[in-house]
Ligand binder design. Structure first.
Ligand code: GDP
Ligand code: K
Length: 276
């Protein structure tokens, strides 16, 4: 039988370790990612005659080059290309969690959205429209309560259905940065052979002045040309928007998430005040 690789990604405290434990039981082992001190937890899961290797990525809020955990998470997804990414989402804290979801989807791997902590979300009067959420992210949604081991089999079923599928076309519209993204994507398509990251993602990272990606591009034969072009475009955008493009990109992502929330989330206000 084929063994699918599933990478668990999510914010710290989304319940990712709990879900990992539910999925893998006693089959876990701990190693290290090459060259860094970050722990790599892996295990196996089986369901309906299918086998899964589950890799628990470090919990992160973002996928920048500013922290080792974030670099490890994004590298694993792009370099090892798991069959599917399972994004563990704290359903009671959607804004912050979907900000990571948007960045994970930019890596263009098949992704399953796992709405965990559904019990907490319901307790606060949050009602989440599954179908709308699936539509806006072009990805299947599963609901779980990790602390009660609910929805665990459903995660595996959704992963099996998504594994190895073509990533559905999905993107954030970065508004007046799109032309710069397009120009850099063009350069990278022509001169970026051997890079395993999606071209559009690389272009966005160049506009964010991402240290690790700059190093990667610098090693290409046309690297200096691409880096100069990126610097020039960054300067132009800085002037035009009166803001560092890195901040503009973060703003646009938050705006996107805000729009998603207004579409998928309704809050019953009498429950909103209760604490649990
Ligand atoms: P991680 O940092 O993402 O690995 O989060 P953990 O797995 O350590 O979970 C953080 C806390 O949330 C723990 O106390 C878990 O027992 C709890 N937890 C996990 N999933 C759920 C859930 O679906 N509902 C509730 N109420 N608590 C959960
Ligand atoms: K924890």
């Amino acid at each position: 039988t084929h063994r699918w690789t599933v990478a668990l990604a999510g914010n710290p405290n989304s319940g990712k370790s709990t879900v990992f434990n539910n999925l893998t039981g006693s089959s876990q082992h701990v190693g290290n990612y090459p060259g860094v001190t970050v722990e790599k937890r892996e295990g196996f899961a089986g369901s309906d005659n299918k086998e899964f290797r589950i890799v628990d990525l470090p919990g992160t809020y973002s996928l920048t080059a500013y922290s080792e955990d974030e670099v490890v998470a994004r590298r694993f997804i792009v370099e090892e290309k798991p069959d599917v990414v399972a994004n563990i989402i704290d359903a009671s804290n959607l804004e912050r969690n979907l900000y990571l979801t948007a960045q994970l989807l930019e890596l263009e791997q098949p992704t399953v959205l796992v709405l965990n902590m559904i019990d907490v979300a319901s307790g606060r009067g949050y009602s989440i429209n599954n179908k709308a959420l699936e539509e806006v992210f072009a990805s299947p949604v599963v609901r779980t309560v990790g602390s009660r081991n609910q929805g665990t089999k459903e995660i595996l079923a959704a992963c099996a259905a998504s594994a190895g599928q073509q990533h559905q076309s999905w993107r954030i519209d970065y508004g007046n940065l799109e032309s710069a993204i397009e120009q850099l994507s063009h350069e990278l398509t022509a001169n970026g052979e051997g890079l395993r990251f999606p071209v559009r993602w690389l272009a966005i990272k160049l506009l964010e002045n991402d240290e690790e990606i700059l190093r990667l591009i610098r090693d290409l034969s046309a690297g200096q040309t691409i880096i100069h072009r990126a610097a020039k475009l960054r300067q132009e955008l800085q002037t035009k928007n009166d803001e560092d493009p890195e901040l503009t990109i973060a703003d646009r992502r938050y705006q996107f998430v805000g729009k998603v929330l207004s579409r998928i989330l309704t809050v019953q206000s009498d429950k909103n005040q209760t604490t649990s």
